[in-house]
Design a protein around this ligand. Structure first.
Ligand code: CU
Length: 592
């Protein structure tokens, strides 16, 4: 814990904006969204920033769709360069005062990457969480140049949920999203309507949480220019200013009533642990989580005692009861998660002292609620929410194909580390020579070989449609990675603590040598538990250090080439992404 910094911007002075709603049914399901440069003011006291946005705004319009009513979007690329973000790697991790450079504005002595302004604005749109045919899923290499347009058809044959759409260009997703190319997409259905949940303003409020940094002029004053800054020790950007729906540290006036907050972490890399404070003390009991990535959970869940964790791309559907509060009451949402996030605990009761410059969290502030008005409108929370899914039965998983993926960090000289996913295949009997990954569970040891390491390596995952698979995500790094699968949602089965050893030089370009044991490492302080609110239909799951996360996934409906990846954008851009191809069962005998 280091001394706090003085914020160069006043918190809680801008009203929380609510993005414009674009209701598909009002346009007969046919929408046109233009990707355009625009200007945006991130804070009252900041000059305008140039951004790239859907319809030229930050965030872009929230698209609202009905289950079973297809939506066709013409995505028109009307960008023109240069990219409105200065990209730099500061020469040192800390400045002359010993302050982590990522916590302060400006370039911190870094030079602007000359390749960034040359980016002319190629784009591809991915609807995160969409059950989308492969041709419309936004493959990271199928790009549209300025002046070109793509017409994507989204069947919307999926349950109500908060999705989001964002840019997904190979290698520069981190820059395009940072420039502003991200927005929300809500799917609604009758089940939710039957429950009488708030829908639309004023009681349903989306919260797109991101972090941003800005440049300084020669006098050291903040200007609006967006800065993506990393440093020699941290290859992810953890900017100091938290932005909700496009404003730094906004305030929302609420009536004494029940609100439905649809929260999503749209940051490049930062994980948030949200704590609601009232008069300096945690007030988490007034929050009930009713939904997760792919919509309603089966029963309402309390927020974990430490606060609500949201890694990049994770969503939470929350009911917050303000009905007992007198006008003038103020509640503040703080973030207590240091960065890079490694799963460490932080008690909610200490939230007011969460500022941590070494932990790249100079300003824990996120959002304030201010109660105004008299009429109390409290809603009761249904005890049963979703009824359309069950945890997968042991019987259904008994014969399931199992896949293993190791998450590894490869250290490189003179350039940032590579975060990669190593797809593992069980080694044949007698196959002893060369690098092996072993996983020991009690008396049983399984030996694996790496069969794929980079995005462009050959595809090794061919899931058969409608068949359950169990994927093991084995984290051999020191940080938490939010792993996202495109297409269908999945359910978490287990978090197993592990100990592991990687010998010197064990992580090579393709090879990996590692000894993994399913046992708790004596130095491991993490719980490796599954939070109640993780037991829903997920598309992004946190994989903490020293653990294996097991998920059950069953792809349905669409055959084709999709991707899975870490949703830390700096990681997916730096090779922590792999393809998979879903296939109908009847085709498998004909696959060479
Ligand atoms: Cu990652």
């Amino acid at each position: 814990m280091s001394r706090p910094l003085t914020a160069p911007l006043a918190p809680f002075v801008d009203a929380l904006p609510v993005p414009r709603r674009l209701v598909a049914a009002e346009h007969e399901g046919r929408l046109t969204v233009r990707m355009r440069p625009g200007t945006h003011r991130f804070h009252r006291d900041l000059p305008e920033s140039t951004i790239w946005g859907y319809d030229g705004t930050v965030p872009g319009p929230t698209i609202e769709a009905e289950r079973g009513q297809p939506v066709t979007v013409e995505w028109r690329n009307e960008l023109d360069g240069p990219l409105p973000v200065v990209v730099t790697v500061a020469p040192h991790a800390a400045d002359a005062d010993g302050v982590s450079v990522q916590c302060v504005p400006g370039l911190s002595g870094g030079t602007a990457d000359p390749n960034a302004p040359a980016l002319a604005g190629h784009t591809v749109v991915h609807l995160h969480g969409g059950l989308t045919p492969a041709v419309y899923d936004g493959w990271a290499e199928n790009l549209f140049a300025p002046g070109q347009a793509a017409v994507f058809r989204y069947p919307m044959d999926q349950r109500a949920a908060l999705l989001w759409y964002h840019d997904h260009v190979m290698g520069v997703t981190k820059l395009d999203v940072y420039a502003g190319l991200a927005a929300l997409w809500v799917v609604r259905d009758d089940r939710e309507r039957d429950l009488g949940l708030p829908e639309g303003p004023p009681f349903e409020v989306p919260l797109l949480i991101q972090d941003r940094n800005f440049d300084l002029d020669e006098q050291g004053r903040l200007i609006g220019r967006l800065v993506h800054k990393t440093d020699p020790e941290v290859m992810e950007a953890f900017p100091p200013f938290t932005v909700v729906n496009g404003k730094v540290w906004p305030v929302l006036d609420v009536q004494p009533a029940t609100y439905r907050l649809r929260a999503i972490n749209g940051s490049n890399a930062r994980t948030y642990r949200l704590v609601l404070l009232r008069d300096g003390a945690p007030d988490l009991e007034r929050i009930t989580q009713i939904g997760t990535d792919h919509g309603l959970v089966r029963t309402p869940a309390p927020v974990p005692a430490d606060g609500l964790l949201l890694a990049p791309a994770e969503r939470a559907d929350l009911l917050v009861d303000f009905s007992d509060l007198a006008p003038g009451s103020e509640l503040t949402v703080l973030n207590t998660a240091a960065a890079p996030f490694d799963g460490s605990r932080f008690p909610a009761a200490d939230a007011e002292s969460a500022a941590d410059v070494e932990g790249l969290l100079p300003y824990p502030e996120l959002l304030r609620f201010r109660v105004a008005g008299e009429a109390a409108r409290r809603r009761s929370i249904p005890r049963e929410l979703a009824t359309d899914y069950e945890p997968p039965a042991a019987r259904a998983l008994a014969g399931a194909r199992r896949r293993a993926i190791a998450l590894v960090e490869r250290e490189l000289d003179d350039e940032p580390n590579m975060l990669t996913m190593r797809e593992l295949a069980v080694a044949a009997d007698g196959d002893e020579d060369g690098p092996l990954v072993t996983v020991t569970d009690g008396d049983e040891t399984t030996r694996y070989r790496v069969v794929a390491a980079h995005f462009e390596d050959r595809t090794t995952f061919f899931p058969v449609l409608d068949e359950y698979e169990v994927w093991q995500l084995i984290n051999l790094t020191d940080d938490t990675h939010p792993i996202h699968l495109h297409l269908d949602p999945f359910q978490i089965l287990a978090r197993h603590p592990i100990s592991h050893e990687i010998p010197e030089g064990g992580v090579e370009n393709r090879d990996l040598v590692a000894t993994i044991t399913l046992e708790r490492d004596p130095n491991d302080a993490l719980s490796h538990g599954i939070d109640d609110n993780e037991r829903g239909l997920k598309d992004t799951i946190r994989v903490n250090p020293k653990e294996i996360v097991e998920i059950a996934v069953r792809f349905t409906t669409y055959s084709g080439r999709y991707m899975y990846h870490c949703h830390i954008l700096e990681h997916e851009d730096r090779d922590m992404m792999r393809p998979f191809v879903t296939m109908p069962a009847t085709l498998m005998p004909f696959m060479a």
